[in-house]
Design a protein around this ligand. Structure first.
Ligand code: ZN
Length: 135
């Protein structure tokens, strides 16, 4: 099979997971720090399980150019939180199950049957942050 060109990646998600009140507080502080430093779209905080995610979390949607800054920043600053970074290629099943990279703990992907490999590749959502600090 021919290799996939990286042009297939329309955007990325990072899912920031947290377990319990202590990690939740860390995750929310991290969320503010991300908003201060990166032009991204921050999703709402889910305290319940949603979709394929096996732990409470929030999502960050960002464009291809932001990856090279945001992901190293998360490496240095995740404070023990588990993070899934996955591409959006239109194959959401494969994007979550095979093409993602985990920072820290690797969590299961739930409800695989709900994920399709034939969807429209999701572009990065319109940023909802106004960064004032350099990463
Ligand atoms: Zn996602």
């Amino acid at each position: 099979m021919a290799p996939h060109p990286i042009a297939e990646i329309a955007s990325y998600h990072a899912h920031i997971y947290f377990d319990g009140p202590e990690q939740r507080a860390i995750a929310l502080t991290l969320r503010d720090q991300i908003a201060e430093r990166f032009s991204v779209s921050l999703g709402r905080v889910y305290d319940r399980l949603i979709g394929p995610h096996a732990r409470a979390m929030y999502q960050i949607s960002f464009d291809v150019a932001t990856f090279a800054q945001l992901v190293p920043w998360l490496m240095l600053n995740r404070q023990g939180l588990a993070i899934l970074v996955h591409p959006n290629t239109g194959r959401e099943r494969t994007d979550h199950l095979s093409h993602g990279v985990w920072l820290g703990e690797i969590l299961p992907i739930l409800n695989e049957e709900m994920l399709s490999d034939s969807t429209e590749a999701e572009d990065a959502r319109v940023p909802n942050t106004t960064p004032t600090l350099t990463p």
